[in-house]
Design a protein around this ligand. Structure first.
Ligand code: NAD
Ligand code: DAU
Length: 351
């Protein structure tokens, strides 16, 4: 891993991954963060590393074939870690189209660029020879498996059964990645992780939204009965898992990544209120999300036994640190919620 393309590196997980890689690895010569800076992309997440000589930011759209091809020609990547996506389920319910174009077509654009740049005989449709050491990693989600009942866990061999436009678009992308591996022999991996939490998460997702509202003494909107279960993973554990797959993952394999932390939404909301010394009367049960998946739980067996990765954070430690991060960064929260950070982009990059 010398020249790495990280798409969506200004988002929540992508920006944590950029930090993680630059802090923990000495094999990186160039890390290019390619990001469109949608509402979810925030260069403030990367301010402390923007002068690192190994780091380059390039603003652009993963659906822009010409720009993506030029990027490969300019930087000669050997590794692609593809985070860029529309990522919020609620938004996918009201505006599904952009989820399909970004998450499916954007993925195909990247795969084509990687294939064309890495293939030793690009004109030969039967050739499966690629430059040595190259790897494309698709960051997917456990939501592609659909919903679980009270028991059971997601394993890598389960059929995909997505329920939201978001998860359908991620499942579609996974199928295209799989096809590029099977048909063209492109060296790919797919990782499917559970709900991430940690610093720099946009306050539209459960944990940062509830922290933000609790701090402002606003109602905490809990969908339905609040007994839906998610399997929470600290974002730094996720970054370490991705590196384990890049370093040791078998080509073509799918790896599930989970935190062994099943929690009901209501329990998380209560934990946040208690940590901030706020009353439970702030909880407001609101209409349920259409098609709401009841329970997710990841079976970690494959990645732990094959690659030796395991989550390091306990949920208690991770939540204490995360809540503290939001308390310590009121300006970050103020910028992303007021839209002021968009002015920063305009100043930096034009409209
Ligand atoms: P995010 O919404 O915080 O960030 C997405 C980033 O992608 C933003 O920086 C945005 O500007 C960029 N982007 C969006 N459209 C783009 C386009 N057309 N071209 C270039 N860049 C574009 O997302 P996140 O929560 O950090 O998730 C990152 C990835 O991880 C996604 O693929 C998501 O599906 C997956 N994932 C997330 C979670 C989670 O809990 N957050 C869990 C499992 C998987
Ligand atoms: O499982 C991985 C997925 O986790 C990722 O692929 C997605 O990108 C990510 O957004 C996340 O999806 P969820 O829908 O699980 O996350 P969200 O934070 O939106 O919601 C978590 C749970 O909390 C879910 O059951 C819905 C509920 N919820 C959410 C919000 C925003 C509420 O009850 N109230 C809310 O206001």
């Amino acid at each position: 891993m010398k020249n790495i393309l990280v798409t969506g590196g200004a988002g929540f997980i992508g920006s944590n991954f950029v930090h993680y890689v630059l802090q923990t690895r000495d094999d990186i010569q160039r890390l290019v963060n390619y990001d469109l800076l949608t509402y979810a992309g925030n260069l403030e997440n990367l301010k402390d590393i923007e002068k690192d000589p190994r780091y380059t930011f390039a603003r652009g759209d993963i659906r822009d074939r010409k720009a993506v091809k030029e990027l490969f020609n300019e930087y000669d990547f050997d590794t692609v870690v593809h985070f860029a996506a529309e990522s919020h389920v609620d938004r996918s319910i009201t505006e599904p189209e952009v989820f399909l174009t970004t998450n499916v077509m954007g993925t195909q654009t990247l795969l084509d660029a990687a294939k064309d740049h890495w293939k030793l005989a690009p004109e030969d449709k039967y050739s499966r020879e690629y430059k040595p050491g190259v790897r494309y990693l698709q960051v997917s989600t456990d939501e592609v498996y659909g919903a679980l009942g009270k028991t059971g866990m997601f394993t890598e061999t389960m059929p995909l059964a997505p329920n939201s436009p978001y998860s359908a678009s991620k499942a579609g992308a996974d199928m295209v990645v799989r096809a590029y591996g099977s048909t063209y022999g492109l060296p790919v991996n797919i990782t499917r992780c559970s709900n991430n939490y940690g610093p720099c998460q946009f306050p539209e997702k459960l944990i940062p939204l509830m922290i933000h509202n609790a701090l402002g003494d606003k109602a905490l909107p809990v969908y339905g009965d609040g007994m839906q279960i998610r399997d929470w993973l600290h974002v730094k554990d996720h970054c370490a898992a991705i590196c384990a797959v890049l370093d040791r993952g078998r080509v073509g394999e799918v790896y599930n990544i989970g935190g062994n932390n099943e929690k009901a939404n209501l329990d998380i909301v209560r934990l946040i209120l208690s940590a901030l010394d706020k009353p439970e009367s702030l909880i407001a049960h609101v209409a349920d999300r259409p098609g709401h998946d009841r329970r997710y739980a990841i079976d970690n067996g494959k990645i732990t036994s094959e690659l030796g990765w395991k989550p390091e954070y306990t949920f208690e430690q991770g939540m204490t640190e995360t809540i503290q991060w939001y308390l310590d960064h009121p300006a970050w929260v103020e910028h992303v919620t007021s839209g002021a950070y968009r002015n920063y982009y305009k100043r930096m990059y034009g409209s």
